[in-house]
Design a protein around this ligand. Structure first.
Ligand SMILES: [Zn+2]
Length: 123
């Protein structure tokens, strides 16, 4: 399962950050996922439950934020948001666009178990 491998590497990354900050555990992991990343959010959430129990952070929660699809247009040279099923410029409807964001899957931030809890910006 694709999503399980993603969760495992996500938790590995989170563990390194937690170790670096000498945290006792991880409360929450916040990820940002673009609609074009190919990651299915429900499957990711499900896989996370499996991965976290093996990771040593059984109480960690996953929070998923969806990032917008943004394109840069070669015709009118603006940057706009596009829909998943139509990668067109939002200003002039041209299809000659470059994808700027929307296909990423990043560990955005996490909340570590500490006294007091601390929000770490990861990205
Ligand atoms: Zn345009």
């Amino acid at each position: 399962m694709h999503e399980l491998a993603i969760c495992q590497s996500l938790l590995d990354q989170a563990r390194q950050i937690a170790d670096h900050h000498h945290a006792s555990g991880i409360e929450r992991i916040i990820v940002q996922i673009g609609p074009l990343s190919g990651v299915e959010e429900p499957l990711l959430a499900q896989a996370f439950l499996i991965a976290r129990s093996a990771s040593g952070f059984p109480d960690a929660e996953l929070e998923i934020e969806t990032s917008p699809i943004r394109v840069h247009c070669h015709q009118c040279r603006t940057t706009s948001e596009a829909r998943t099923n139509a990668l067109l410029c939002g200003t002039c409807q041209s299809w000659q666009v470059d994808l700027i964001s929307g296909d990423e899957m990043i560990l955005k931030s996490m909340v570590l178990s500490e006294q007091p809890a601390q929000l770490i910006e990861a990205g």
